[in-house]
Design a protein around this ligand. Structure first.
Ligand SMILES: Cc1cc2nc3c(=O)[nH]c(=O)nc-3n(C[C@H](O)[C@H](O)[C@H](O)COP(=O)(O)OP(=O)(O)OC[C@H]3O[C@@H](n4cnc5c(N)ncnc54)[C@H](O)[C@@H]3O)c2cc1C
Length: 386
């Protein structure tokens, strides 16, 4: 991994701010209203090379760490924008990088680094399995040099804005397993090869997010597109969870800072009863309190990211960072909305849009209940709920 100095990190921050400055409130408001994918923003970010931050230099990326990737996503969310549109292009390749063959890495990573190939769809969740990933049912049955896949996935984001998709599917029936974490395998699906065979139905969501139900019916995937060993896919996917949690935490920190800054500015300018509303403790203290919580969450995120980049165990810190930052962002969202009063509900102020967006981080990619269960059971050693 390339070591970035504090100056390098500040330069990355400034560069992302510059890119984001070209996409002001009105841009994000318009794509939100139209339910459109923010393609121009994603194109600009792709062209900048920052989406290849985590890809090693030998494959054409920057070879930097989670700390730097976190700075990028934090700054995007601190702007009027949102990293959800493209964050998966940064880290979904991690499974390929850690567990793929040399041939697979040579074939795909340079094109992912350049942006020629988009790998930003990640298909795990199913309607009947939910958070219990080891219960998923989508079957991949081996027939000669192919796997034949049938089943259903839900909430699969950016499937229509991807060339490649990482798929977790069952290769051994659940009932035949002694160890329930086995029997699942990971595939790198080339969506261009299965055009017309995979049914993708968009879901209408609470905010402008492009997520879908996928229906697989006898979709053929070449055996050479399986990543790693058959049956070990759950372990491979888990390996990417800490990175994802730290990056999601970074987006939530960015949102939190946006809400605190917007709220404090508005509260200092808006005059009611002859003085700025921010002089009232009922308006000022919730913003000050959420500021403290957002900054504390950012510290936990920093600790988690540093441990991750040093190759140390960081499950507890990554989970705490995700929990604290998503809660702090939501607290800041409410303090900001309260400060704006009725204007907080008017689209032209952008608070309601960010408010809808930031609520996601408490629910996905993993629900905070399951984060608490991890801390309670794996870190504190209390009895298991599942
Ligand atoms: C906008 C959006 C984008 C998404 N994108 C993707 C994607 O790209 N790819 C993908 O695979 N998935 C994606 N997801 C799915 C997301 O990861 C799931 O929603 C999440 O894992 C939870 O699953 P579920 O919705 O089925 O909830 P459920 O598992 O049904 O849980 C419902 C509630 O019950 C609680 N609960 C369940 N079990 C326990 C327990 N043992 N203890 C305490 N509480 C419990 C949960 O915490 C939650 O509050 C996305 C979801 C959303 C909303």
């Amino acid at each position: 991994m390339v070591h970035a100095s504090e100056e390098d990190r500040q330069a990355i921050r400034e560069a992302i701010r510059k890119i984001c400055a070209a996409f002001p409130d009105a841009y994000w408001r318009d794509v939100d209203k139209a339910g459109a994918y923010p393609q121009a923003f994603v194109d600009a970010l792709t062209a900048s090379g920052y989406l290849a931050t985590l890809i090693p230099e030998e494959y054409g990326g920057a070879g930097l760490g989670i700390t730097e990737a976190g700075i990028i996503l934090e700054e995007i969310n601190r702007s009027p924008g949102n990293g959800l549109a493209c964050h998966a292009q940064m880290y979904t390749m991690g499974t390929l990088l850690r567990h793929g063959s040399d041939e697979q890495k040579q074939r795909y990573l340079p094109k992912i680094a350049s942006g020629e190939l988009r790998l930003q769809a990640f298909a795990v969740t199913e309607p009947d399995a939910g958070s219990e990933t080891t219960r998923l049912q989508t079957r991949a049955v081996r027939k000669g040099d192919k796997y034949v896949v049938s089943g259903q996935k839900i909430f699969i984001s950016r499937a229509k804005q991807s060339d490649l998709m990482l798929l977790l599917a069952r290769t051994t029936p659940y009932e035949e397993l002694k160890d329930k974490t086995q029997g699942l395998s990971v595939f790198l699906v080339d969506m261009r090869d299965i055009k017309g065979k995979l049914d993708i139905q968009p879901l209408d969501m609470m905010f402008n997010h492009h997520t879908n139900i996928l229906f697989f019916e006898n979709v053929e995937i070449p055996v050479e597109n399986r990543i790693g060993e058959e049956g070990k896919g759950f372990r491979y996917i888990i390996d990417g969870w800490n990175a994802e949690r730290i990056l999601i935490a970074s987006e939530a920190v960015g949102d939190g800072r946006w809400f605190v800054e917007r709220g404090a500015k508005y509260a200092s300018e808006r005059v009611v009863f002859g003085k700025p509303i921010g002089a009232n403790q009922g308006v000022q203290f919730p913003l000050a309190r959420s500021y403290a919580h957002v900054e504390a969450a950012a510290c936990m995120r920093d600790v988690a990211a540093e441990k991750f980049d040093r190759g140390e165990k960081c499950g507890a810190e990554a989970n705490m960072a995700k929990l604290l930052s998503s809660e702090a962002a939501w607290e800041a969202a409410n303090a900001c909305l309260d400060a704006f009063g009725g204007y907080g509900f008017a689209r032209e102020y952008d608070v309601e849009r960010k408010f809808r967006e930031t609520r996601l981080y408490m629910t996905a990619p993993i629900n905070n209940n399951l984060v608490l269960a991890f801390l309670g059971q794996k870190v504190l050693g209390m009895p298991k709920s599942y």
